[in-house]
Design a protein around this ligand. Structure first.
Ligand code: C5P
Length: 233
């Protein structure tokens, strides 16, 4: 018999958010009066499928992050993140020794529906070792060289824009991080090990808040549907 299932969500929230250009690190910027990080954690808790949440925050904002968290049914820990996103995820993994399955979920995807989180976990516990949500791309994508000359046009039908939460068998993700290779997402590290990564349908609401335009969209969406925003004292 295997060990009991223990699903840990790691929430990278240690980025500075340079492209957003706000005063605060991105995860701490409010959307509809609530910081992105709080919205993301609320979504994970509302999914009902997560046993423990570990937030990776900027060193100077660990106390601020702790103060923002809900006292609820799911334990939440806050640890210091790192210089790169992979450093932050590595720190989160170290704080989750009991995990059998790990979700990595960007704080910047603050409006991710709980139903998407539950779908990722359902596929994971059904036995898929790596599960990521993705959406068909609507733009044509070109490959270019260093001089911005097009080198190819991949068939759009075979492309997906990948979101979070990305779900993994915990041992597989630890093995992937042990390789110390660069990658822009966690699934990319797992792919380098040759493990199959399953893509399930994503959700447009799981978009990453990166630019001011994204922030305006998120604020408008929350204004239209304020039940997603939990205002805390
Ligand atoms: O910068 P980007 O939008 O790709 O960051 C995605 C997520 O990773 C954000 O929630 C950000 O706070 C987090 N991050 C992190 N540590 C870093 C860089 C980014 O936790 N060093």
């Amino acid at each position: 018999m295997g060990s009991p299932r223990h699903i840990v969500a790691l929430v990278p929230a240690a980025g500075q958010g340079v492209r957003l250009g706000e005063q605060l690190p991105k995860a701490f910027v409010p959307v509809g009066g609530t910081p992105m990080l709080t919205l993301a954690v609320d979504g994970l808790i509302a999914s009902g499928v997560v046993d423990h949440i570990v937030i990776m925050a900027p060193d100077a904002l660990i106390d601020a992050a702790v103060a923002m968290l809900p006292a609820g049914p799911v334990p939440v820990s806050v640890v210091a993140g790192g210089v790169e996103r992979t450093d932050s995820v590595r720190a989160g993994l170290a704080a989750a020794p009991l995990a059998t399955h790990v979700l990595v979920h960007d704080a910047a995807r603050a409006l991710t529906p709980p139903s998407l989180i539950a779908r990722v976990v359902a596929e994971l516990v059904a036995g898929h070792p790596a599960v990521v949500p993705g959406l068909p791309v609507t733009d044509t994508v070109k490959a270019v060289d260093a001089d911005s000359v097009v080198t190819g046009t991949p068939d759009r039908a075979g492309l997906r824009a990948i979101q979070t939460p990305q779900g993994f068998d915990a041992r597989l993700l630890r093995d992937a991080y042990a390789q110390n290779l660069p990658a822009t997402d966690d699934a990319g590290l797992v792919e380098m090990l040759g493990a199959p990564v399953r893509v399930i349908p994503g959700d447009p609401l799981a978009f990453k808040i990166t630019t001011q335009l994204d922030l305006r969209l998120a604020r408008t969406l929350l204004a239209d549907n304020p039940t997603r925003a939990v205002v805390r004292p």
